[in-house]
Design a binder for this molecule. Structure first.
Ligand SMILES: NC(=O)c1ccc[n+]([C@@H]2O[C@H](COP(=O)([O-])OP(=O)(O)OC[C@H]3O[C@@H](n4cnc5c(N)ncnc54)[C@H](OP(=O)(O)O)[C@@H]3O)[C@@H](O)[C@H]2O)c1
Length: 294
């Protein structure tokens, strides 16, 4: 595991004009999502905080407003397709356009857990919910002049394997295996989305190994060491903010970035047939209308 990514600060001189633009950041209560939302607010965006803890969300929105920004809370639980559908309808009813969607919320369930809807938790949160949300928000993304979607992936995707006959890992579950597969799926999705929606820039990014609560399943002493060794959440947010707001990636889509550097994802993540197969599988589960899924 690497430490000290050496990323200094956001290059605000390269930021596109965000005043008057609406940005939705999921998982904005803490970690990388919170720091991403904070900086996009400071850059002038109207930030919508996609969170399941609305009390914490309101505290953060107030903090941003006290600093001169504009922020609102959108209640959403990414692990529930019902919650995602409701949240997307509320978003569409409240905002005419979505300029930037940051799909950041993520989890790593160390023990196999089923959601109330019967899906495996990591798969539901990191992939199915994200797919459903992005798809439901297409009308708002299409209404923006230069829409962007940033998917917070992970270098863990390199170890991922699509277990097609057991995507929810009912037979052999490991937390890391499920997480790695969900991030591989996210990279395959990013690739396929770029082909199907050339007017919306979507990219995936590994933010670096960062000291956040994503490591909460590890033993306490390991977490303490990691907390000291790894860069801070604001460091992890830098590449996400860059893809969300910098003009140096204008027009770039379907790519994978390891922090600030564009790089090829794993071979498995470049598999065209798997990307299409995954799309068809998710579209069926998320009951995507033919038009939207095209
Ligand atoms: N940290 C790293 O080293 C690292 C490396 C590679 C990739 N990533 C990715 O970076 C992203 C952000 O993670 P982080 O490191 O900042 O971890 P974190 O501190 O644990 O933050 C995760 C965020 O996701 C939210 N979230 C989790 N499940 C959710 C759900 N079902 N519905 C809505 N929100 C949910 C959490 O909200 P609550 O406060 O409600 O729990 C929290 O705001 C994740 O996608 C993660 O996989 C992290």
């Amino acid at each position: 595991m690497e430490c000290g990514a050496g990323l200094a600060s956001v290059d605000r001189s390269r930021a596109i004009e965000l005043a008057g633009k609406t940005v939705l950041v999921t998982g904005a209560t803490r970690g990388i999502g919170l720091e991403t939302a904070r900086e996009l607010s400071a850059l002038g965006a109207h930030v919508v905080l996609g969170v399941r803890d609305i009390v914490r969300g309101a505290e953060i929105a107030n903090e941003f407003e006290r600093a001169g920004g504009r922020a609102n809370v959108l209640a959403i639980d990414l692990s529930s397709l019902g919650s995602v559908e409701e949240a997307a309808s509320r978003f569409l009813a409240s905002y005419p356009a979505l300029d930037v969607l940051v799909n950041n919320a993520g989890t790593l369930a160390t023990k196999r857990t089923l959601t109330a809807e019967g899906y495996e938790l990591t798969w539901a949160t990191n992939f199915l919910g994200l797919f459903a949300l992005t798809n439901a928000l297409l009308p708002a993304l299409c209404a923006a002049s230069e829409p962007r979607v940033v998917n917070v992936s992970s270098a863990a995707h390199n170890a991922g394997k699509m277990v097609w006959d057991d995507l929810e890992r009912a037979n052999r579950y490991t937390g890391f295996g499920a997480y790695a597969q969900s991030k591989l799926a996210l990279n395959l999705y990013t690739r396929e989305f770029a082909v199907r929606h050339p007017d919306i820039a979507m990219n995936a990014v590994h933010p670096g190994a960062i000291a956040t609560d994503i490591w909460r399943g590890l033993p306490g002493f390991v977490r303490t060491i990691l907390g000291r060794m790894l860069p801070s959440p604001s460091n992890g947010a830098l590449p996400v903010i860059r893809l969300a707001s910098s003009d140096d990636v204008r027009g770039v889509s379907g790519r994978y970035f390891d922090r600030l550097r564009e790089t090829a994802p794993s071979k498995a993540a470049q598999h065209t047939d798997d990307a299409r197969r995954l799309w068809e599988y998710a579209a069926k589960i998320c009951a995507v209308a033919g038009e939207a899924a095209a």
